[in-house]
Design a protein. Sequence first.
Length: 236
Amino acid sequence: MVTILALLAVAVAVGAVIQGSIGFGYALVAVPAMVLLLPWAVPVTPLFLALPMTLLMSIRGWRSIDTGGFALITAGRLLGTIVGVVLLVLAPKGHLSVLTGVLILAAALASFLKPSFEVNHGTRLAGGVASGVVGTVAALGGTPLALVYQDRSGAELRSTLAISFVVGIAMSLAGLALAGEVEGRHVVLALELLPCLLVGLWASRLVVQRLDERWLRPAVLTFAAIAGVVIVFLGS
């Protein structure tokens, strides 16, 4: 068990560095590691860990938050969370994850081919819905929102996603709790891994200072594509 915790600690710390740098990506590292080592922990423990991380990120970048977009994303996330909980209870989880991963991968590839992405009320709301569904089903809800904000500044992308995650993760955890999916061992594991997550988030400051804005969009799209593949892998 000590070895498993050590491996998970490294995965969580690396994921926090990535998320703190580009606005999402923590779950791309942490979730597959937990699926392989402690499958019972997904998606609840990754969500518990993400809550303090995103709260700290939103406080760190509060001046850059897209407040209007946050309201639309939150409304969409509420609807998406409800849909995600229903699907999680009724649909075969493997099939659902594969479909979700394919859709995210397709969106990332389409964004690679399209030079710009318009951020408007419709895309913000749709991103919130998609984030709610994917976040509840696979704890990877950051990818749809990152695709929506891929052409915005790094500060706006990171802070807006972070504050949206705070509310969205709370919704997902509440929905999972109502569905009977939350157990005490999820909380214990999250508390054991929390110090490593905080270290990774602190280290991300060094990366942000050196990350050229020109590299932000390619990084977002690359990690979005990886997210699609990861979700397909988790569901197969």
